[in-house]
Ligand binder design. Sequence first.
Ligand SMILES: [Zn+2]
Length: 248
Amino acid sequence: MREQLVFLLQLQTSDVKVRELETAVNQLPAKLDPLRRDLAKLQTMLDAERAKLAETDAWRKGQQDQLDREREALKAAQNKLQASKNSKEFGAASREVENKRKSISDREAELKKVSAASAESTGQLETRDKDVGGVRTELENAEAGQKDQLDGLKAQLAEATATRDAARAQVDKQWLKIYDTLLSKKGYAVAPVIKGVCQGCHMALPPQLNNILARMESIETCPRCARLVYRKELLEPATPAEEPKPSA
Ligand SMILES: [Zn+2]
């Protein structure tokens, strides 16, 4: 029975290891999600700014076209001025020339302002674009590193699974059935007894049961938590390293 207990403990240890590695493998990819979200947010902002800039450029182009038309109109007005035959025509034509000049100069001033702002935005966009590129590179590097890490974890998991399967193969079917039931109901199946107390549920065992355990001729269960129990000192001679403390 001592041997079966040892195999059961090996099975339990390797089961824990497999579960830990499975969790690590499943959780690893999500670790980069915050960075992915940051990048997506930055990219959205950048796209919006770029769209705004394109809008401004389109508006500028429209203003430029209008300016061209106004210059044509100015020329026409100047021709009219030269061709004026009397002071009435001359007065009207000069006012028209004056108006066109003013309109052209206003539009030019406005365009100059908008062009300067646009140039500044373009500069800022380039900087922003570089920043976003930096975050993207950071993410790509992290993803590449994570892939290596994931491959490593998967290799460890495959090894741990093989160890677990080997341990399972050593345990008699009757104990496996009990082990699996306890595992699914209680989280783990085998608990040590220290100084007569089951470490699975912290109940003091009846003294006669503790004495039976001392003989190691049978595998017994805790009357309270039903876990398979063994006297720790018999299977794990005093080592300074403590097992993680199980709880009920
Ligand atoms: Zn117990």
